[in-house]
Design a protein around this ligand. Structure first.
Ligand code: ATP
Length: 241
């Protein structure tokens, strides 16, 4: 991380009809870091990511990406600027092959040779996807679909990846494997990552900087090395006493 914020949310409020899901969230992600938003079920984590990627328009506040205002911009335009979102529940195209899912991730790019190289790179991260490249994505296991969803996001050659609950529904072993690759992608490619998680232990170990979200508000933020040592975090998020 070189210290310059690549993503900057100021006082963002988003609602579903009368329900306020996030209430004045300000957060920054610096270029090259892995940042995390921790919070329990319903805290508003998914809503933050959807607001950043343009799926939800906020009632108030602003979202800046690479120094430019993207608040409520069209999601496709935001992807073209270099911001990819891996949604909760993966949402791969079940009737397309693994390889075609990856190509869909690269649909904004014209550089065919580079796309072909990037497919080989993601097969290097997740060899199982290479083995199953001609099979329908709907036939993959949950963990393999998560690998495919992350890989598909990488195929857009993003500057920033938003990752929604990568551990959801996965075994501890697969969760660990996926987090290791996420960290590797950050280190090797320099891709900045913002991930939201209920699995605080995994998220704090993988990330540089963390925010804690409760009822739609950020209640704590610090470097993850510091957060891990805080009594409240140990008790409520890490299950230590
Ligand atoms: P989870 O881990 O369960 O996804 P979360 O922290 O991501 O939790 P959000 O999904 O952002 O939380 O939800 C925040 C709040 O907004 C919750 O109170 C939730 O019930 C509400 N909410 C989310 N989606 C909708 C919707 N489509 N319509 C109405 N309320 C919603």
């Amino acid at each position: 991380a070189d210290g310059a914020p690549i993503l900057n949310l100021q006082n963002v409020e988003s609602s579903y009809g009368p329900i306020k899901a996030i209430r004045g969230v300000s957060l920054q992600v610096r270029r090259g870091e892995v940042a995390t938003v921790l919070g329990s079920n319903g805290a508003g984590k998914t809503t933050i990511l959807k607001t950043i990627s343009g799926i939800i328009d906020p009632r108030k506040g602003s979202v800046q990406f690479c120094g430019q205002d993207i608040t409520a911009h069209d999601p496709a335009a935001i992807v073209r600027r270099g911001l990819s979102h891996v949604p909760e529940g993966r949402e791969v195209f079940p009737l397309l092959s693994v390889r075609d899912n990856l190509l869909m991730g690269a649909y904004t790019r014209g550089d065919r040779d580079a796309v072909a190289r990037d497919i080989e790179t993601v097969y290097g991260y997740f060899p199982i996807l290479a083995e199953r490249k001609d099979q329908d994505a709907g036939l993959l296991s949950g963990g393999q679909q998560q690998m495919l969803a992350i890989s598909r996001a990488l195929m857009a050659a993003p500057t920033l990846i938003l990752l929604d609950e990568p551990s959801l529904g996965l075994s501890p072993r697969l969760t660990k494997e996926i987090f290791e690759i996420v960290v590797r992608i950050n280190r090797e490619r320099g891709t900045t990552i913002l991930l939201v998680e209920q699995n605080a232990n995994m998220a704090l170990n993988a990330s540089d900087y963390g925010y804690v979200l409760e009822n739609g508000r950020i209640v704590m933020e610090d470097r993850c090395a510091v957060l891990r040592e805080k009594d409240d975090i140990k008790e409520f998020y890490l299950g230590m006493k």
